[in-house]
Design a protein around this ligand. Structure first.
Ligand code: 1Q0
Length: 214
């Protein structure tokens, strides 16, 4: 199979999420952001119809990268240190977005919710029949996750954009993991790491009652 010109390979993205996990069950920020940057590259290759999605995700990734290159970079080494630091320093608002519009905690929460969608979408792709429609897999996983946090107009725009997605096999080939069958195997192997990152983060936010941060 021809190499993609933009060099995208889902293997690297999945490896980044795997690299987030430490022996202490914490989540490292840098590979987390690297994983997201890889996904955005892929999203951009799907065409301008998804620009409204990638623009928002890029803004959020950049907020976090800014923290990682600031004087406080060590505080943001893992999601756990970030939560501890921001909560202890009064940098998170539990009620009003206007007070801390760019807190790391609220920003990561948005990406975390999107990771839930990604996990379900890739699992849907992996386990679906060859002739399944990606737009349906995508809509179902979106409705079961991210859509619950989006207003009507975004849900509408997202659902319309999903109709432009390529077929299942084209999608699997685009991942640059070999044949569709090889891509399915690779997803089966790597998705548990994405799930683990999701679970640890969910637990962390639940423990601090931050799953609804404005
Ligand atoms: C493959 C199709 C990609 C479809 C992406 C699905 C997600 C749709 C989400 C649309 C929302 C975008 C508009 C902005 C929303 C914000 O209001 C919202 C809340 O933020 P805030 O600050 O207002 O409180 N933001 C979010 O919810 C964050 C959304 C981030 C979405 C990031 C999606 C990245 C997708 C990457 C493509 C992965 C393709 C995977 C397969 C790879 C296989 C080769």
């Amino acid at each position: 199979m021809a190499e993609r010109q933009d060099g995208f390979c889902l293997r690297e993205v999945l490896a980044a999420f795997r690299a987030c996990l430490t022996a202490e069950q914490t989540v490292l920020m840098d590979p987390y952001l690297r994983g997201w940057n890889g996904l955005i590259r892929f999203l951009n290759s799907l065409g301008t119809i998804f620009s409204f999605v990638s623009k928002d995700a890029v803004t959020k990734i950049q907020i976090m990268e800014k923290y990682r290159s600031s004087d406080q970079r060590e505080r943001y080494e893992t999601l756990q240190t970030m939560v501890e630091y921001e909560l202890a320093s009064g940098l998170v608002s539990l009620k009003n977005r206007g007070e801390c519009p760019e807190s790391g905690c609220r920003t990561i929460l948005r990406l975390h919710r999107a990771l839930h969608w990604l996990q379900m979408f890739l699992e849907g792709l992996r386990t679906s029949q060859e002739d399944s429609k990606t737009s349906v897999i995508c809509t179902d996983s979106y409705n079961a996750s991210l859509a619950n946090y989006h207003p009507w107009v975004i849900r509408k725009a997202a659902t319309l954009a999903f109709c432009a997605l390529p077929t299942r096999n084209a999608f699997l080939e685009n991942m640059n993991l070999g044949t569709p069958e090889e891509a399915v195997d690779m997803l089966g192997e790597a998705l548990p790491y994405v799930c683990k990152v999701y679970e640890i983060t969910e637990e962390l936010y639940a423990k601090h009652k931050m799953l609804d941060l404005p």
